[in-house]
Design a protein around this ligand. Sequence first.
Ligand SMILES: CC(=O)N[C@H]1[C@@H](OP(=O)(O)OP(=O)(O)OC[C@H]2O[C@@H](n3ccc(=O)[nH]c3=O)[C@H](O)[C@@H]2O)O[C@H](CO)[C@@H](O)[C@@H]1O[C@H](C)C(=O)N[C@@H](C)C(=O)N[C@H](CCC(=O)O)C(=O)O
Ligand SMILES: Nc1ncnc2c1ncn2[C@@H]1O[C@H](COP(=O)(O)OP(=O)(O)OP(=O)(O)O)[C@@H](O)[C@H]1O
Length: 490
Amino acid sequence: MTIKELLEDMPCKVTGPVDTPVTGIVYDSRMVKPGCVFVCLVGSKTDSHVYAAQAAEGGAAAVVTQHDIAPVSCTEIRVEDTRKALALLSAAWFGHPAEKLKVIGVTGTKGKTTSTYMIHSILEAAGITTGIIGTIGTVIGSQLIKTNNTTPESYDIQKFMRMMVDAGCRACVLEASSIGLRDHRVDGFTFDIGLFTNFSEDHIGGLEHKDMAEYMACKAMLFQKCRLGVINIDDENWKGITAGHTCELTSYGFGSEAKLHAENPELVSQPGYLGIAFDLCGSMQGRVRIDISGKFNVYNALGAVAVCQQFGVALDNVRKGLDTVKVKGRVEPVEVPGGYTLLIDYAHNAVSMENILTTLREYHPNRLICMFGAGGNRPKLRRYEMGEVSGKLADLSVITADNSRYEDVMDILADIEVGLKKTTGKYIVVPDRKQAIKYCIDNAQKGDVVVLAGKGHEDYQEIKGVKYPFDERDVIHDILQEEGKLPAEY
Ligand SMILES: CC(=O)N[C@H]1[C@@H](OP(=O)(O)OP(=O)(O)OC[C@H]2O[C@@H](n3ccc(=O)[nH]c3=O)[C@H](O)[C@@H]2O)O[C@H](CO)[C@@H](O)[C@@H]1O[C@H](C)C(=O)N[C@@H](C)C(=O)N[C@H](CCC(=O)O)C(=O)O
Ligand SMILES: Nc1ncnc2c1ncn2[C@@H]1O[C@H](COP(=O)(O)OP(=O)(O)OP(=O)(O)O)[C@@H](O)[C@H]1O
C-alpha cells in the first residue's frame, strides 16, 4: 500500500511524495521502522511532534502532524486532529476489519465489562464466535492479550479486529470508555450496536473529564457512531446520553414501557453459588438464571439479551449463555471447602463497594466479611469513604494492602481507619495481603460471604514502581494447599 492509497478519503494536506510504499503505522517514535508512517500525538506528558524529525531520519516514509513542525526529510501529512487520523489510517491499513464483523460497543459508568462478557457468552452459546476488547484485555478464542486501557488506542483496536476476522470471529464486543470515545480511539468505523448501561459520577478531574457534562457528552458520542442504540431507560440520564443520537433506539429496564423488561427477580443462594433468576418479558419471554450475584446484574443481563436479540439468538442459547457466564474478578466465586462463599471483586471505590456490599447483604449471609485496601498515590477521600462504607455494611472489615505504589501501606490503612472509626463496624488490620486472605479463610464460618475487594482481574501488586505477581486465585490455592484444605478436584 502506498501513502496515496492509505490516504484515500482522508481530509489532509500533503507535502512530499505520495507514491512511496508504506510498511506500517506507528504512534510511538521508539517503534519507528523504515517505510512506516509515524503519527504524532499530543499526549498528556509528551507532544510527539518533537520526534517527527528523528522519525524521518529513522526512515519513516511520512509523518502525520496537526501543528507546525520544522521541515522534515520525508512526506508530511497535515491533518486537523492526529488522533482521528490515526484511527482512519489504522482502519485502512488493516483493511477495515469492522466491516467484516458485527461490532457492539458498550458504554456506561458501571457494568461494561460484565455486559461484554454476558454478550460474549450468549453469542458463543449460539455458535457466533465473538472477540472481546476491554478492561480485562482482548479475548480472541482462548487467547487473552493484556492491554493498558479499557478502550485501547485506535491502532490496537483495528489490529485486534483484524486478528478477530482472521481467527473466524463474526462479532466483536468492545468496551467504549468515555475517554476512548473522546480521544477518537473508536473512530474509523460504525458500531452495529451501542449499549448504554448506566451513568453516575466517576472519572472527573486529573487527566480525565473536566466535569459531568463533558463526561456525559463523551458517552453520548457512541450513539452518534452506531446503527442501533440499546438503552437502559431506568437510568434517569438516558435522555442526556442519547441527546443528538443518529441511530435507532430500543430500550430495556424493569418497567413494562421498556421493549425488553424483567419481572420477578429472585436471589439464588447456595454455599459457593450466589446468583439471580428473573423473567424476561416483552420482546423475549422466559425465565433465566445468571450465575453472578447482584440485582444490578439483571440490568447487565437485560442489556446483553437485548443486544443478542439483534442476532436472532434463541431463548435456549440466552439461558445457556447467562447460566454459564464467568467474569474474571467481578463477584467471581472461588471454590473453597467449609460451606462459606468466597468472592473476588474489582470494587475499588466507595460507590462500587457500597453496591457490592448492599447486594451481598440481600443474600442474608451468616456474616458479610469484606477484605480490602486502597491504592497509594490516589485521593485520600476515597480511603475514608471506603472505610466508612465497609464499616457500615460489613460485619467484619479486614483492611490490607492494595497497590500501595509509592506510599507506606500503614499510612493508607490509617486513612481507611478514619472512615471505619466513624462507624461501629468491627475491623482488623492485616497489612500483608496474602496474610489477610489467609485470615479470612481461617476464620470464615459456614454461611459467611467473604469478599476480597479491589484487585478483581489484576494479577499483580504494585509497590514502589514494581509490579509483583499477585493473582488472588493463585494465592488462595497456595493457602489451601499449605493448609491441606485443597478440594480433591483442583
Ligand atoms: C491520559 C491518557 O488518556 N493517556 C493515554 C494516552 O497517553 P498519552 O497520550 O498521555 O501519552 P504521552 O506519554 O503523553 O505520549 C504521547 C504520545 O507520544 C508518544 N511518544 C512518547 C515518548 C517518546 O519517546 N516517543 C513518542 O512517540 C507516545 O507513544 C504517545 O503516542 O495514550 C496512551 C496510548 O493510547 C494511553 O495508554 C494512555 O492511557 C493512560 C494509561 C490512562 O491512564 N488513561 C486513562 C485516563 C484512560 O484512558 N482511561 C479510560 C477509561 C477507563 C475506565 O472506564 O475505567 C480507558 O479507556 O482506559
Ligand atoms: N449495572 C451495574 N450497576 C451498578 N453496579 C454495577 C453494575 N454492573 C457491575 N457493577 C459493579 O461495578 C463493578 C465493576 O463492574 P464492571 O467491571 O462490569 O463495570 P465497568 O463499567 O467495566 O467498570 P470499570 O470502568 O470500573 O472497569 C462490579 O464489580 C460491580 O460491583
